[in-house]
Design a binder for this molecule. Structure first.
Ligand SMILES: C[S@@+](CC[C@H](N)C(=O)[O-])C[C@H]1O[C@@H](n2cnc3c(N)ncnc32)[C@H](O)[C@@H]1O
Length: 263
């Protein structure tokens, strides 16, 4: 049996790793790393720092790295391009599991934030296990270890609860939010927004006045936090976001957008 631990490492600060995460790190014989392009250096740095701090001296482990398959950045069909990317990642993991670990060993995949939130690692590993099962084999097992998501980091750094009392919160993407603020929703936590979609809601319009809690590079030394009435801060967020993206070559940002109560 080969065991795959899918370990959430938190979304930025190496201290976001949980005690359960640390225990999992110390079970791993081989870490499978799959990183991409420009952000590789920084993200890899956090991963290395976590391993350096938390893996007990003398605990033997190795790293196997594979380049992340290339992604179409402006696809005609977004969903099809994500499916394609995941199929490619699945084959990379399949190869690493087959060639880079022995039976009885444990592999670790370090997932940014928590693996349950906008991350396909669980789906990809499940697909590999299902295909194994279809061939009448049961040679791979998996476990998921939760981590601190970007959304939790955002709420903590702004010192806010995510929801209003007894109200729901929608977890969504910039692409979905661009279709309109969903009816019946008071608050939305937005990830993966490359287009500053919040700006569409700066004018009160049918949604009424909105407020925003925005955070970039949360939990890292580059962290930026801005909050306020959307009409007052949308321009500043856009400006800071553009500058930071130019300076660093990449940006990771997320925000909570909600109807202002006194608006
Ligand atoms: C592919 S999703 C992965 C989310 C991750 N699994 C989690 O639990 O936070 C990547 C998105 O998460 C958000 N994100 C992740 N880390 C962040 C950070 N440190 N600061 C701000 N946003 C972050 C950004 O919206 C980014 O586009």
């Amino acid at each position: 049996m080969k065991t795959i631990l899918i370990i959430g490492i938190g979304a930025g600060d190496p201290d976001y790793i949980t005690v359960q995460g640390v225990k999992a790190l110390n079970r791993v014989d081989v870490f499978f790393l799959m990183d991409k392009g420009r952000i590789k250096g920084k993200l890899r740095g956090v991963r290395e720092e976590i391993c350096r701090r938390h893996i007990a001296p003398g605990r033997a482990h190795r790293f196997v790295e594979a380049p992340s398959p290339p992604r179409d950045t402006a696809p005609a069909d977004y969903r099809a391009s994500v499916d394609e990317l995941n199929a490619a990642k699945q084959s990379v993991f399949e190869r690493m599991i087959a060639d880079e670990m022995k039976d009885g060993e444990t592999a670790g995949i370090l997932v940014w934030g928590d693996p349950m939130l906008y991350d396909s690692t669980i789906r990809n590993i499940e697909a590999i296990i299902a295909s194994d099962r279809n061939k009448g084999r049961h040679r791979i097992d998996n476990e998921v270890i939760p981590g601190i998501t970007a959304v939790q980091a955002l709420a903590a750094r702004h010192r806010i609860p995510l929801n209003r009392i007894a109200e729901p919160v929608l977890l969504t993407t910039g692409r979905k939010l661009a279709e309109g603020f969903p009816a019946g929703i008071d608050s939305a936590a937005v990830l993966l927004d490359g287009e500053d979609t919040y700006r569409r809601f700066a004018d009160a319009g049918i949604h009424g006045e909105m407020e925003i809690y925005w955070g970039a590079y949360l939990g890292t030394p580059d962290e930026i936090l801005i909050s306020g009435k959307l009409k007052d801060v949308a321009g500043e967020i856009h400006r800071r976001r553009t500058e930071a993206r130019q300076k660093n070559g990449w940006i990771m940002d997320t925000y909570l957008i909600r109807k202002a109560q006194d608006g």
